[in-house]
Design a protein around this ligand. Sequence first.
Ligand code: UDP
Length: 323
Amino acid sequence: MKKTLITGAAGFLGSHLCDRFIAEGHHVIGMDNLITGDLRNIEHLFHLDRFDFYHHDVSKFVHVPSKMDYILHFASPASPIDYLKIPIETLKVGSLGTLNLLGLARDHKARILVASTSEVYGDPLVHPQNEDYYGNVSPIGPRGVYDEAKRFMESITMAYHRHHGLDTRIVRIFNTYGSRMRLNDGRVVPAFMGQALRGEDLTVFGDGSQTRSFTYIDDQVEGIYRLLMSDYVEPINIGNPDETTILEFAEEIIKLTGTDQKIVFKPLPQDDPLQRQPDITRAKEILRWEPKVHRSEGLKKVYDYFKSLPHDQLWEAHRDFLP
Ligand code: UDP
């Protein structure tokens, strides 16, 4: 039986990856320090013999007793609100955490896949973004702690590959949405859906002309799985090229939820990228992967998920945004 370590296991992406690798018959070890993760995302796995959970911060030395075949490094805060609240932890998990896991992979002769991001392109001057674009990143802005940690992650991963012959993979993840996103992490999908459910106005930052391209979680997990199983070492974009402005997106959410909320405009956060759309030619050619779930279908599923959450969870999230 294959053994797979997933860091950030209690988070949004990590918990869905745990589900997928369990379904593929692996023994999964989930690791998380729970600063942004939530055990409720994986508690359905706790009764399984093929699932273990380690409460550990991967920025500190990582020890796993049995031999791992695969390591997926998905531990990291992943929303602009989190980077502002816990900037040092964000830098440490992408840098020291990656270093520790590369060392572990070397020790175990395991294949390691690291979760990079479209943020390595910063506020891109090339559109759509392909993997050969080096990006336009401010190292000292509020997002720099995330962007630069991920750029370091890619750099050290390639160094371990070239210098030590380590079996490595790098995925560049574009905006992804699905169940188990944290309602209070400030990202646009849970933010708008939470607002619609609480009967509040939807807060569009700036004039809403900035664009994003949203990928449904099942598509994202499939792309990551295929990349891990491929023999491709350079970074690959996994994202949905279906681009929308944030203003259109807010209107779409209002229509979907059938609420009559208004849109209110708030200042655009510093260094908020103006446009983002993946070029997925490489994923199509090498992984035979492309997204299958249309935005309207994916958003409906996620809305049903948020609607099903207990009421206090919805209002708990709201309190985090009060001044
Ligand atoms: N955004 C918004 N209102 C919100 C939350 C986010 O208009 O309540 C905007 C944000 O400024 C950005 C886009 O939505 O332009 C996506 O934001 P998110 O934090 O989800 O991801 P990222 O900026 O990292 O792509």
